[in-house]
Design a protein around this ligand. Structure first.
Ligand code: NAD
Ligand code: TYD
Length: 350
């Protein structure tokens, strides 16, 4: 199997690439990534020399490049994660999200359709990795099911919803074997420090304010990133084309409770007196269109395919803090921008 994984230098993509490269030596994993600000090849240092791993720098928005790539390599499957992924950036620059998340996805679908039509037994699956944010916002009760109607509110979730619709349309119209999973908020190692948890870990470390939007009462359903990667592996190998699976850990927390727990863990790890870090909490202006609550029901995935999360949130958060504290260089390079030189140093000079 030749598998194209897009966005493999990003947060979740790098965990998926590592899992597939290490677990399936008979697959060749092609990691296609534009290396935007969110792409960091240092995430994959440990596997970059493995014989079944190849990195390709490229932009999914460039249709000509994508068509050529598919015609050259004739991939047997695609796992598509490349995206613009930060809600706040989508509020400032929505068009970038339309280009990458919508047009980029359609470019990949077109290229996959072409090689599928050439040899329908060789092309097995187009796996589109999506988010629970396409379902919109919940009130105090209820959970998102696979059948919940789409109701996106941010330009990010609108662009992901649009890409999901295109994936289903290509399955229904052209018979392309495709499926989608919609996952809740991830956290864990290699998370770019613009998102709530890694931003606050970095700020606590540096004694900087912890910005909490509004009253901190918004609820997110957190899943450890390696559990998401495991779910993708399970769905990739066991699910039927045309299906949809929700992925989540039944793990709802208000933002303020997450940050208070993080402050407590880091008081202990940094040998600071209890309560020191909480003083850094600073309430700031709320995000525009801020979704109140996400909660995902992943019963179908658990019952049909036997996946379940391996970690409780407290344990996962502790592991995440440990990772950031022992990988200071990763964080320093990301904060300074040095990580963007890694591609030139490791790949171009060769
Ligand atoms: P990320 O922002 O950390 O990584 C995105 C990767 O895509 C980066 O490596 C970036 O360089 C690459 N990329 C961006 N534009 C590209 C382009 N035009 N061409 C090629 N590569 C490009 O994102 P993430 O948090 O790892 O999310 C990965 C996927 O999972 C996204 O599709 C996202 O919507 C989805 N998702 C994320 C979460 C979450 O909590 N982070 C939850 C559910 C689903
Ligand atoms: P984020 O990590 O950006 O993920 P998403 O918007 O995809 O859920 O934000 C998680 C929650 O934390 C969300 O309710 C917004 C909030 N938030 C803050 O309160 N302060 C921050 O600085 C950030 C980045 C997010």
């Amino acid at each position: 199997m030749k598998i194209l994984i897009t966005g493999g230098a990003g947060f979740i993509g790098s965990h998926v690439v590592r899992l597939f490269v290490n677990t399936y030596p008979n697959y060749t994993i092609y990691n296609l990534d534009k290396l935007t600000y969110a792409g960091n090849l240092a995430n994959l240092k440990d596997i970059e020399s493995k014989p079944n791993y190849k990195f390709i720098k490229g932009d999914i928005v460039d249709a000509e490049f994508i068509n050529k790539l598919f015609s050259e390599h004739k991939f047997n499957a695609v796992i598509h994660l490349a995206a613009e992924s930060h809600v706040d950036r989508s509020i400032t620059n929505p068009l970038e999200f339309v280009y990458t998340n919508v047009i980029g996805t359609v470019n990949l679908l077109n290229a996959a359709k072409t090689i599928y039509k050439e040899d329908i037994s060789a092309f097995k699956l187009f796996y589109h990795v999506s988010t629970d944010e396409v379902y919109g916002s919940l009130g105090e009760t209820g959970m998102f099911l696979e059948t919940t109607a789409y109701d996106p509110h941010s330009p990010y979730s609108a662009s992901k919803a649009s890409s999901d619709h295109f994936v289903r349309a290509y399955h229904d119209t052209y018979g392309l074997p495709a499926l989608i999973s919609n996952c809740s908020n991830n956290y864990g190692p290699n998370h770019f420090p613009e998102k709530l948890i890694p931003l606050c870990i970095s700020n606590i470390k540096n004694n900087k304010p912890l910005p909490i939007y509004g009253k901190g009462e918004n609820i997110r359903d957190w899943l450890y990133v390696i559990d998401h990667a495991r779910a993708i592996d399970t769905i990739f190998h066991k699910a039927k084309a045309g299906s949809t699976y929700n992925i989540g850990g039944h793990n709802e927390w208000t933002n303020i409770d997450v940050i208070k727990l993080l402050c407590k863990i880091m008081d202990r790890k940094l040998n600071r007196a209890e309560g020191t870090n909480e003083k850094l909490i600073t309430y700031v202006k709320d995000r525009a269109g801020h979704d109140l609550r996400y909660a995902i029901d992943s019963t179908k995935l658990q019952n049909d395919l036997g996946w379940k999360p391996s970690l409780q949130f407290e344990e996962g958060l502790e592991k995440t803090v440990d990772w950031y504290l022992t990988n200071e260089e990763w964080l320093n390079h990301v904060t300074s921008g040095d990580y963007q030189k890694y591609y030139e140093q490791q790949y171009v000079k060769r």
